[in-house]
Design a protein around this ligand. Structure first.
Ligand code: PMP
Length: 319
């Protein structure tokens, strides 16, 4: 019993170190250890939750949250697909996030995770707008997602879930079982990340990132209809690319084009802009980060740390 107590203590202090003291829970700031849910919670059984992943960057004496309200708007769109009611507007959730970071005295770069989940609905599957839901926002310090200068990726033997099954456009918890299978396989085989094909065999996205392929000085990314998430970093990159004078084309991408690519990079809130230097052990281009990837990555880094004047409207300052 004593060991149990002390183990709980260890877990508690570890979590407290990792995350902030407070979480935002249905409109209130509560201590994380008091934020509890019953084991009957519907989302725990069926994955009936939608969520977001947001980053905040410490820069210039403040902490800047990147595209905060855009993330909260996507949370709303994801919830709508499943008739999961979300009682707080995107603006209210954005304000709540700022309040949470201030209350937690966050001064370093961090990750922010808003989550809306179905609560005590019972065990039936007929989730409606009247089903009880809860919304939480948690935050914790977060460093680089992928280590090193570039990553080794493989094409997964798992296919990306299709719009006709569990739609990848809705960022729902249950979708990530597909991503988890792909990740487990890639790590088991010694790779850093997996690229998934859609059910027709075209390139879709990585387990937790969108994909861009450079061929003959043009950038390509799959259509949203090719089972990709409408990534906020994807959209950001498409705008940066335009400003830098690069042509970006949305189209279907065949698997073999990955082996013929001059450059490949992945985009995501957690991963940011990360070059893929080999795919299924074929070097991509020179086997090092390519020049278009470098310029996009560097511009992105400037934008998120408030060094690009023309993009300041994407940032919410915490302090
Ligand atoms: N695809 C998947 C499956 C993801 O989980 C993510 C991360 N949210 C992305 C793409 C990238 O989206 P974003 O740029 O909005 O983080």
């Amino acid at each position: 019993f004593k060991i149990f107590i002390s183990q709980r203590g260890i877990v508690a202090s570890y979590m407290k170190e990792k995350g902030g003291e407070f979480v935002w829970f249905d409109g209130k700031l509560v201590k994380w250890e008091d934020a509890k849910v019953p084991i009957y919670t519907h989302a725990l059984h069926y994955g009936t939750a939608v969520f977001e992943g947001i980053r905040a960057y410490a820069a210039k004496d403040s902490v800047y949250i990147f595209r905060l309200e855009d993330h909260m708007k996507r949370l709303h769109r994801s919830a709508q697909v499943y008739s999961i009611s979300l009682k707080y507007s995107a603006r209210e959730l954005a304000n709540a996030t700022v309040e949470l970071l201030q209350e937690n005295k966050v001064k370093e770069s961090c990750y922010i995770r808003p989550l809306t989940f179905v609560g005590l609905h019972g065990i039936d599957l007929n989730v409606t707008k009247d089903s009880p839901t809860h919304t939480v926002i948690i935050t914790f310090p977060f460093a680089k997602y992928f280590k090193g200068e570039g990553i080794r990726a493989c094409v997964s033997s798992w296919r990306r879930i299709h719009d006709s099954m569990t739609p990848p456009l809705a960022k729902a918890a249950g979708n990530y079982l597909n991503s988890i299978l792909a990740t487990q396989e890639s790590k088991r085989n010694g790779y850093d990340e997996s690229i998934l094909l859609d059910i027709y065999g075209n390139v879709s996205e990585a387990s937790g990132e969108n994909i861009f392929v450079v061929r003959h000085d043009k950038m390509y990314t799959p259509y949203l209809a090719d089972s990709a998430l409408e990534g906020i970093t994807r959209e950001t990159v498409m705008m940066i690319a335009k400003d830098l004078g690069y042509e970006v084309i949305e189209r279907q991408i065949a698997r073999t084009e990955l082996y013929m690519a001059d450059e490949i990079f992945l985009t995501g809130t957690a991963a940011e802009i990360v070059p893929v230097t080999s795919i299924d052990d074929h070097p991509v281009g020179s086997g090092k980060e390519g020049p278009m990837t470098t310029s996009i990555r560097e511009m992105y880094a400037k934008i998120v740390s408030a060094e690009a004047k023309e993009y300041l409207e994407w940032l919410t300052s915490v302090w």
